[in-house]
Design a protein around this ligand. Structure first.
Ligand SMILES: [Zn+2]
Length: 348
């Protein structure tokens, strides 16, 4: 059983989840050489044929077969080692200054593809599309639950990306509280819009498309940029070029197709530059509901927010300065990273 606890000193929530300790780690044994340690396909819980090793599926895109049997292209299951669970009571305990929630929320694993591929440059456009359509469906479903206010969708890939399974998978965590980082980002978005009459996204994307120094590639609906103040080497952000398009749940199939193409192009270029690398992918999802924590921004979201994805290569480990200050030191200038990536993309 987990708790969501409020840290009064840092004005932030922390999830205390002892169950997460029991996770098997396929990268653990041979972590130093970055080779998966126990990568036995017969035992991979995410490979077709091993459906009984996971919890029961809550969604799948399938060509054939019953739930929890082979024939799927993507599969969604509750995380066996969950940080929060939907069965927990939805209430905060009256602990005074020590606010505590009884681990309520959703923690799902999306098995991205039946293929046990360890590199994302091997994904077909069909695989990217199925993956994004599955994520879109889960966002649309979970936003119907009015108790869930914040959602994180992220992909941990490789040992330094904090993955414990090598089969391609994505995680989704939805919570009844909004993390401080998201609250501050929303407040900043609102104040910027009020001051400038346009969103910070419109401002940044306009400048980047004009200067082109940090643009990696673009399509009609999306652009990939190495952000001006990239926190990590070779970090790439993908933005929707359309105003008022703020979440995956608003995407039509044309958006999904174009996003698949630009993701595929960016990953091809990243692998050419970095070889086999560990990374995180972060979807910046806006709040799902209007409540006491989000009412200040919620009705303005279409004006102040924009759909974005961050791809964060994990080449260097984080040190004490970064942990203590929240400020990163990045040894690779984003202009240089974009120049190197641009020469490996089709639209150079
Ligand atoms: Zn597998």
């Amino acid at each position: 059983m987990s708790d969501i606890r409020y840290d009064l000193i840092h004005d932030e929530y922390v999830i205390i989840a002892p169950e997460r300790l029991r996770r098997p780690d396929c990268f653990f044994i041979d972590a130093d050489s970055r080779k998966p340690g126990r990568d036995d396909r017969g035992k991979c819980p995410f490979c077709p044929g091993n459906e009984k090793m996971t919890t029961k599926e809550i969604f799948s895109i399938r060509d054939s077969g019953e739930p929890d049997t082979p024939g799927w292209r993507t599969r969604v299951v509750p995380n066996l080692y969950k940080a929060v669970q939907i069965e927990s009571p939805w209430r905060s305990e009256d602990a005074g200054l020590y606010e505590k929630w009884a681990g309520f929320g959703a923690h799902e694993v999306i098995i991205d593809t039946p293929e046990h591929k360890e590199r994302m440059d091997g994904w077909s456009l069909q695989e990217y599309g199925d993956w994004l359509r599955t994520l879109r469906y889960r966002v649309m479903e979970l936003r119907k639950d009015i108790r869930l206010v914040h959602m994180s969708i992220f992909k941990n890939h490789g040992h330094y990306g904090a993955a414990t399974q090598s089969h391609p998978h994505t995680q989704l965590i939805a919570l009844p509280v909004v993390p401080k980082m998201k609250r501050e980002s929303l407040r900043h978005a609102l104040y910027f819009y009020r001051e400038h009459g346009r969103s910070r996204y419109a401002t940044v994307i306009g400048k980047e498309l004009h200067e082109r120094e940090r643009v990696v590639c673009e399509s009609g609906r999306f652009v990939a940029i190495c952000p001006f103040a990239s926190a990590f080497p070779f970090e790439v952000a993908i933005y929707s070029l359309e105003e008022r398009k703020i979440s995956l749940s608003e995407f039509d199939d044309g958006d999904i197709e174009e996003l698949s193409e630009i993701l595929s192009e960016v990953f091809e270029a990243l692998y050419l530059q970095l070889g086999n690398f560990d990374f995180n992918i972060l979807f910046d999802i806006p709040p799902l509901q209007k409540n006491y924590a989000t009412e200040e921004f919620f009705d303005d979201l279409p004006d102040i927010w924009r759909f974005s994805i961050r791809i964060v290569p994990r080449i260097y480990r984080m040190g004490g300065f970064e942990l203590g200050s929240g400020m990163m030191i990045n040894p690779v200038a984003p202009e240089e990273a974009a120049k190197l990536l641009r020469k490996d993309t089709k639209s150079r």
